[in-house]
Design a protein around this ligand. Structure first.
Ligand SMILES: Cc1cc2nc3c(=O)[nH]c(=O)nc-3n(C[C@H](O)[C@H](O)[C@H](O)COP(=O)(O)O)c2cc1C
Length: 183
């Protein structure tokens, strides 16, 4: 079965792994639309996601559409599932505080579908009590959190905060879509 999945990518060093996530979801026959924050575009060029997803990539909230179409609302309404991987501390903090100041946070705010969030950051950021509170708040509100793993971080240190393997993220996505199929 084919689903419409919106994948949000934020400005983490792990942003390149999202390319492989898109590739896996496409191989399974899904329609994937990528939304990138400005910071994410400093790590991976949108053209990579455009090529792999074979779809437009949303990089800006204020797009000039010929037909009036508030992208973030229509995207949120059309999606079967939203996934944000990797999710920065900044993104998590914004959503937990009700801030919607870019295409991704607006779309997540308007989501009608389940939303999966996969935090990825340095261990010192991840273990910050404010970040922990924000993650708990999102989980409490029904967002599905994929906990980061222990491992080698971009600073070279071993610690918690690594984005889990692509296969694990795709498995959680499949489980969520299966629930949808049965429900
Ligand atoms: C090299 C580098 C790597 C970064 N990696 C992360 C990361 O893995 N996780 C994180 O939360 N922030 C990371 N940041 C900080 C974010 O890019 C920054 O907070 C940014 O404002 C996030 O914006 P966004 O949430 O809109 O994408 C990194 C910054 C740099 C320069």
């Amino acid at each position: 079965m084919s689903y419409h999945i919106v994948l949000g990518v934020t400005g983490s060093i792990a942003a390149y792994k999202a390319v492989e996530i898109v590739s896996c979801l496409k191989r399974q026959g899904n329609r994937v639309l990528v939304i990138m924050t400005s910071a994410a575009q400093r790590f991976v060029d949108p053209v990579t996601f455009r090529s792999i997803s074979q779809n437009q990539v949303v990089t800006d909230l204020f797009v000039d559409n010929e037909n009036y179409d508030p992208n973030h609302i229509s995207l949120a309404e059309q999606a079967d599932l939203m996934v944000v991987a990797p999710a920065t501390a900044n993104f998590i903090g914004k959503v937990a505080s009700g801030i919607a100041d870019d295409a991704l946070t607006c779309t997540v705010m308007a989501a009608q579908s389940p939303v999966i969030i996969a935090p990825a950051m340095n261990d010192s950021m991840y273990l910050n009590p404010i970040v922990q509170e924000n993650i708990k708040k999102l989980a409490h509100r029904g967002y599905k959190i994929i906990e980061p793993e222990q491992g080698r971080l971009c600073t070279g240190r071993i610690g918690i905060g690594r984005l889990p393997a692509v296969e694990k993220i795709v498995r959680v996505i499949e489980e969520e879509l299966n629930k949808k199929r049965k429900g």
